[in-house]
Design a protein around this ligand. Structure first.
Ligand SMILES: C[S@@+](CC[C@H](N)C(=O)[O-])C[C@H]1O[C@@H](n2cnc3c(N)ncnc32)[C@H](O)[C@@H]1O
Length: 232
């Protein structure tokens, strides 16, 4: 463990586990998916990117290779040790106070679905606080039906990711249980997810002084938001 655990979150398996239950060794071996392509298409070449919740650099590294200048933030020092080619900052996202603004702020990995709405507000305020005028915030949100049709399995590198269950544990919040099975190791993660309809998501952005500019993918999971002028 990194020393503490967020309530409702946890993980098992070899190596260090982050406060939100992610296994460092697992994230260091998971390959990037289409995230770098989606991001590259949505922002100017060479942009300065603030990546929130970077993990072991799964998305950071392809972005650096593509010529972006990345500042990578995570609360887990064990994750940050794995990041190469980017400036790293250890902080809870919701408490981040950098004295600079970025062309692009990236909030991937469905972090916007934090179980605690106060944490979600903090994450989105951090996005707003760090985006330059004329810049944008890229957010990855859950697709509709994400919590249905379980268990569900997909390949990841030489292993499998299985979303085993998603159970309601309070008003509007679910506990999701995932296992990662590789030939030499098995990890699990349990985390909270607060599903958001498109309307609720846009309302949450609005509260933080952000507005949707475009849905970037056909499944509407990747969103480009822009700062609303005059809002904090
Ligand atoms: C699911 S992993 C994804 C990592 C990376 N974005 C990727 O796609 O490979 C989530 C990461 O976000 C970090 N994280 C989650 N919530 C956080 C918070 N509130 N503040 C800082 N880091 C956070 C965790 O420590 C973990 O490294």
């Amino acid at each position: 463990m990194d020393g503490w655990t967020r309530e409702g979150y946890g993980g098992t398996g070899p190596g260090a586990i982050t406060p939100d239950g992610c296994a460092v060794e697992l994230y260091a071996r998971l390959p990037a998916g289409d995230e770098p392509d989606v991001i590259q298409r949505a922002v100017p070449a060479g942009a300065r990117i603030l990546e929130l919740g970077c993990g072991a650099g799964r998305v950071t590294h392809p972005l650096v290779e593509r010529g972006f200048s990345v500042t990578a933030v995570d609360e887990s020092p064990r994750m940050l040790e794995r990041v190469r080619g980017a400036r790293t900052v250890r902080s809870a996202i919701e408490e981040l106070e950098l004295d600079e603004r970025f062309d692009v702020v990236l909030l991937g990995s469905f972090l916007v679905h934090a179980g605690d709405p106060e944490v979600r507000r903090g994450l989105l305020r951090t996005c707003r606080r760090h985006v330059a005028d004329g810049g944008c915030v890229l957010i990855q949100r859950e697709d509709e039906g994400r919590h249905e049709g379980l268990p569900r399995e997909r390949r990841a590198g030489d292993g499998f990711v299985r979303v085993l269950s998603s159970d309601p544990v309070g008003p509007g919040v679910r506990s999701v249980h995932v296992e990662y099975v590789f030939p030499d190791a098995r990890w699990t993660q349990t985390f909270l997810s607060r599903p958001l309809t498109a309307g609720a998501f846009e309302l949450a952005l609005g509260e933080a002084g952000l507005a949707v500019d475009a849905y970037l993918t056909g499944d509407r999971t990747w969103v480009r938001a822009v700062p609303v002028a005059g809002r904090p």
